[in-house]
Write a protein of this length. Structure first.
Length: 510
């Protein structure tokens, strides 16, 4: 055996032996990114007061992150394929830690918004690199199922953990710690990744970067995410909002046209047109719309209607996290090698929809144990069961050189879904609340009765929006059952060009 062949064999052996250690650091990094999407929400009122951010601009603390993250994800996935996933992963972690330090030390509005945009940009490098590392490191079906089960539980439950941690840090320390807490996460994950991760050789895509595709994808996705966030604040009929939606459609259509023509596209259309991956991206995006919408309404309901503190509100989400963990690491992981993925995803979304249906029964003074608890448990179990095979299938059948951009598409569908969910469902809730108060306020004589009508109107708005979330989850189940037609995983060589020289990935039997 030649020295080159021996070195390659040793690198492959190191990659295989260290894969579970690597999973620890990849999962830690993923938890940090998902936490950051929600942890700042609870700290925002305190940060706004300290930094003198106006009510009109406070949404930009959330929007700046969402725009940078959502807009740069495809670019980040392509960089991971081109530059190397391990290198991109570590660079993303270091940059995220630096941006978090800047946010925690912010002394004015501009510094805060800049830090949030930088967090989103480095998160867009980090997230697709993490998922694609799993795709190329775990190739045996049972191990792959377990790895993606853990990753899926973190991806689904991290947002709820963010509410808990955000409440604890804001109430007992200071809002700045919702930023500083990222630094130890990032340092530990980066150090561990540097020493432990051994990326399989021969899996990079060294084609030249598709600059027109990069520009059009960033502009199109940023415009789309911004259109939804503006719709939430200014209304769907606002002329600027409508113009942004039209512009995003034109830009994304131009992006698809360019990708079909160029020799080395940023997003090879083969990644999207395979029916199983397309079904995953679409159904997962819809599920995230429902889930993020619920996070928003339930947080407001618990604090404004039931009077919970930030910490108590965060703790109230624990059953959701527990359900996600059980659904992903126990149900999904144990069954993925025994049944076709659609028989986990479609029923999972329906179980989650049942939990969401229970939450449509919210009223003023609703019992947490009688309604909210069972609703959250079922929602978590269903989402966890569906997320695990969805994340595993996101790189189904792709050539290793495309795994970064395929992974980025999952994150893109989640990020865009989160923006849509927050804007769409919040608009539905606000409209229903306004209509309810208008119809009932006339019969309220005293101030106490008027306050009661206001609260009833808020709850009426929340439940109306949650009904829409139920329908969205049913639609996600239908898409999963219709589009996804793979069988249970079997071990086989990767298909596509250069497969002989590259890492082996599971082939899904039809």
């Amino acid at each position: 055996m030649s020295e080159t062949a021996q070195a390659t064999a040793k690198a492959a052996a190191d990659s295989h032996s260290n894969r579970w250690k690597a999973l620890t650091f990849i999962a830690l990094a993923q938890l940090m990114v998902v936490l950051d999407a929600t942890i700042v929400n609870i700290a925002l009122p305190s940060a706004q007061q300290d930094l003198g951010i106006s009510d009109g601009n406070r949404q930009w603390v959330i929007t700046a992150y969402a725009l940078a993250f959502g807009g740069l994800l495809l670019f980040g996935g392509r960089i991971a394929d081109l530059w190397g996933r391990k290198r991109t992963f570590v660079a993303g972690l270091i940059g995220f830690a630096a941006a978090s330090a800047l946010g925690g030390a912010a002394t004015n509005e501009a510094m805060m918004l800049g830090a949030r945009a930088l967090q989103g940009a480095f998160g867009a490098l980090l997230a697709p690199a993490a998922l694609s590392l799993l795709a190329v490191m775990f190739t045996e079906p049972k191990e792959r199922a377990k790895a993606f089960g853990i990753y899926g539980a973190i991806a689904g439950g991290g947002g709820a953990v963010g509410f808990i941690l955000g409440g604890l840090l804001t109430e007992y320390l200071d809002w700045r710690w919702t930023f500083f807490v990222n630094i130890p996460f990032a340092v530990v994950a980066a150090a561990g990744a540097y020493f432990v991760i051994r990326e399989p050789s021969g899996s990079r895509n060294r084609s030249p970067l598709d600059i027109p595709g990069v520009v059009l994808s960033i502009l199109g996705l940023v415009t789309l995410v911004y259109a939804f966030t503006r719709a939430e604040s200014d209304g769907w009929g606002d002329s600027t909002t409508v113009g942004l939606f039209v512009a995003s459609v034109v830009l994304l259509a131009a992006f698809v046209l360019v990708e079909s023509k160029v020799k080395a596209p940023l997003l090879p259309l083969r990644v999207l047109t395979e029916r199983n991956r397309g079904g995953v991206y679409l159904s997962l995006g819809l599920a995230i719309i429902a889930l993020f919408g619920l996070f928003l309404f339930l947080t407001y309901y618990l604090q404004l209607v039931l009077g919970y503190s930030p910490v108590k509100t965060g703790l109230a989400f624990l059953p959701l996290i527990g359900g996600l963990m059980v659904g992903s690491t126990q149900i999904g992981t144990r069954l993925i090698t025994r049944v076709p993925p659609r028989l986990l995803m479609a029923p999972g979304f329906l179980v989650a929809g049942t939990g969401m249906f229970i939450l449509t029964q919210l009223e003023i003074g609703t019992s947490y144990a009688g309604v909210i608890l069972p609703g959250l448990v079922l929602l978590g179990l269903g989402m966890g069961t569906a997320f695990m095979p969805a994340l595993s299938l996101s790189t189904h059948g792709v050539e290793p050189r495309d795994s970064g951009v395929a992974s980025a598409m999952v994150n893109t569908s989640q990020q865009v879904g989160g923006a849509i969910g927050t804007a769409l469902l919040n608009t539905i809730a606000a409209s229903a609340t306004t209509a309810y108060i208008k119809d009932h306020i006339g019969g309220a004589g005293s101030q106490a009765q008027q306050q009661l009508v206001q609260l009833e109107g808020q709850v009426h708005g929340y439940t109306n929006a949650i009904w829409f979330a139920v329908g969205i989850l049913v639609l996600a189940a239908v898409i999963a059952a219709t589009f996804i037609n793979t069988g249970k995983p079997e071990v086989g060589p990767a298909s596509g060009e250069g497969a002989e020289d590259e890492v082996k990935i599971p082939v899904i039997a039809h």
